[in-house]
Design a protein around this ligand. Structure first.
Ligand code: BTN
Length: 344
């Protein structure tokens, strides 16, 4: 096995394991044959070692056909969030190249923060099959059933100023909306500050936690929860009308590892661009992917309660709205409730 156990139930990926590369190679063949000779040459291992890895993958549940003439063909993969599955789909240069996987954890954000304090490098990700105390914004819980969703926390150590940190929530929202749009047939839209909706229901949420000095960020934890394969009936009654999943919208289950890898790829490109050019491109794309402008809303922000019409977000990512008395209000943090049904 290519995993080094951290402690019971946890795995950390070892760099460039032959087994992971083999799984990637078989996956990238897209259901085609890959010759044993090619695998042996590319991975610099013997044909016997190739065969042993095939047996190990089969014993985990992968369906791999073999033929003396043609080689190996991956017939069925597994929807598991383990390093080998994630690595097989990952196209990033840095993000997600170090993976910590847990079967169950209280909160991936809590674990990622502990790892960041212990010195985890930028790009480290923590994923879990389930969370017992998944955190949402405003002290809420994030519904985290086993094996059905993506519960991800990404450690970042950006060079930008602490005041820019909230904009990473917007950046994650853009990456999420762009990753989900091609696979969800209903309209995917971002809702300020941290929700992604599909057909008007919440499909993903973002929780960014930061540790910073006055003038420098020590680390950011980008926590992302995506409802992937949860059937609508399995959401708790209080969420059923407001939440949805990719499978509920698309009518078919999808690979969590592929969704996760696609999100990370998009996040990395936007993040690198923000480091070069600032957050302007992120803000502009966010505006395109949100349909909040013109909507009637109720906003709760610290001790303020506002009602009015959304104008949009400003260049700092703050929400702008016209309150019922006609004053233009600027909201830095808060919760927004639409007063009319979201458009599908
Ligand atoms: C929200 O919409 O309120 C934010 C939800 C964020 C949930 C994710 S799941 C992975 C990560 N770990 C947590 O405890 N929370 C975030």
């Amino acid at each position: 096995m290519a995993y080094r156990p951290l402690r019971k139930g946890a795995y950390v990926v070892m760099e460039s394991s032959a087994r992971q590369h083999m799984l990637s190679r078989l996956k990238r063949a897209g259901g085609g044959w890959v010759s044993g000779g090619d695998l042996s040459r590319e991975l610099r291992i013997s044909r016997t070692a190739v065969w042993k890895h095939v047996c190990s993958l089969r014993s985990e549940g992968y369906v791999i056909e073999s033929s003396t003439r043609k080689g190996y063909l991956l017939r069925e993969s597994l929807d598991r969030l383990v390093p080998s599955e994630i690595e097989a789909s990952l196209r990033t240069a840095r993000l997600g190249r170090r993976v910590v996987c847990e079967r169950e954890v209280d909160s991936t954000n809590r674990l990622a923060r502990d790892l960041a304090i212990a010195g985890a490098a930028e790009g480290t990700i923590v994923v879990a099959e389930s969370q017992t105390a998944g955190r949402g914004r405003m002290g809420r819980r994030w519904f985290s059933p086993a094996g059905e969703g993506i519960y991800l926390s990404l450690v970042l150590r950006p060079r930008f100023q602490p005041a820019e940190a909230p904009k990473t929530t917007l950046l994650a929202g853009v990456a999420l909306a762009e990753a989900l749009s091609p696979i969800v047939p209903t309209r995917v839209r971002i809702k300020w500050p941290n929700d992604v909706l599909a057909g008007g229901r919440k499909i993903a949420g973002i929780l960014v936690e930061a540790a910073a000095e006055i003038d420098a960020i020590d680390y950011l934890i980008i926590g992302v929860g995506i409802n992937v394969n949860t059937p609508r009936r399995r959401f708790p009654a209080e969420l059923r009308d407001r939440a949805t999943s990719i499978a509920a919208e698309a009518g078919r289950p999808v690979s969590r590892a592929e969704v996760l890898a696609d999100f990370l790829g998009r996040f990395e490109r936007l993040y690198d661009r923000a480091a070069r050019e600032g957050f302007g491109p992120v803000i502009r794309r966010w505006r395109e992917l949100s349909d909040m402008a013109g909507r009637r809303v109720r906003v709760r922000s610290f001790d303020r309660r506002l009602e009015g019409t959304i104008l949009g977000i400003d260049d700092d990512g703050a929400l702008l709205m016209t309150a019922t008395d006609g004053a233009v209000e600027r909201v830095m943090a808060g919760d927004v409730e639409y007063m009319e049904e979201a458009k599908g």
